[in-house]
Design a protein around this ligand. Structure first.
Ligand SMILES: O=C(O)c1ccccc1N[C@@H]1O[C@H](COP(=O)(O)O)[C@@H](O)[C@H]1O
Length: 211
């Protein structure tokens, strides 16, 4: 089995981006979706990308954004890949002349073969948990048995991954990559995740478990 790539999503601070890179992350994700606790401004995103060492893929996450918002972001931030996490149609995703992946929220009726066919020009399918009213970053897992091994697109597994469950997830699903956000965030004293603030030790533990 190929060792899965790791994307650390929801980065909002330069120090967290550098911690992810030093721990061996293959990609970082920047959330351009205002309602998210991990939302980032274009200006801060540009600063983070400029601070990164080479060979770390920069991913811009959008949720049903206008095409203008995506274009304006691309003009200011050198993103390598776009992650569409809403209800974007294939033609919309293809218009930016940039590599892209499509997120699929695993509702009960989802047919991943049909979606892979519909989004056949994507560079990958990101499979995430379904929670009504929450487009992503749910911190919840889903039934990994629902992800077939023979999809025609690279699979990025997401949804509630953390250092304690990622090894099992990788063994079961054999994804091309894994994506984590909440599972490597700092905890408050009340035991709540601090949206957008990462925990360097948790990032290291997560990547060590995968690799
Ligand atoms: O991180 C967010 O706040 C977010 C908001 C809207 C859409 C997607 C979002 N994040 C993505 O959700 C999955 C799972 O996150 P988690 O590990 O369960 O917290 C992941 O792909 C993030 O990139």
């Amino acid at each position: 089995m190929t060792t899965p790539r790791v994307k650390i999503c929801g980065i909002t601070r330069i120090d967290d981006a550098l911690a992810a890179a030093q721990a061996g992350a293959d990609a970082i994700g920047l959330v351009f979706y205002a309602p998210s606790p991990r939302a980032i401004s274009v200006r801060q995103a540009a600063r983070i990308v400029a601070a990164l060492p080479p060979f770390v893929t920069t991913v811009g996450l959008f949720v049903d954004a206008s095409a203008e918002q995506v274009r304006e972001t691309l003009a200011a931030v050198p993103l390598d890949l776009l992650q569409f996490h809403g209800n974007e149609a294939p033609a919309y995703c293809e218009q930016f002349q940039r590599r892209w992946i499509k997120a699929v929220r695993m509702r009960d009726d989802v047919d991943l073969y049909a979606i892979a066919d519909q989004y056949r020009h994507a560079d990958g399918l990101l499979v995430d948990s379904y929670k009504p009213g929450v487009p992503g970053g749910t911190g919840e897992t889903f039934n990994w048995e629902r992800v077939p091994q023979d999809l025609p697109l690279p699979v990025v597994l997401a949804g509630g991954l953390e250092p304690g469950n990622v090894a099992e997830a990788v063994t079961q699903v054999r994804p091309w990559a894994v994506d984590v956000s909440g599972g490597v965030e700092r905890m408050s004293v009340q035991g709540r995740r601090q949206g957008g603030i990462k925990d360097a030790a948790a990032i290291r533990a997560f990547i060590n478990r995968v690799k």
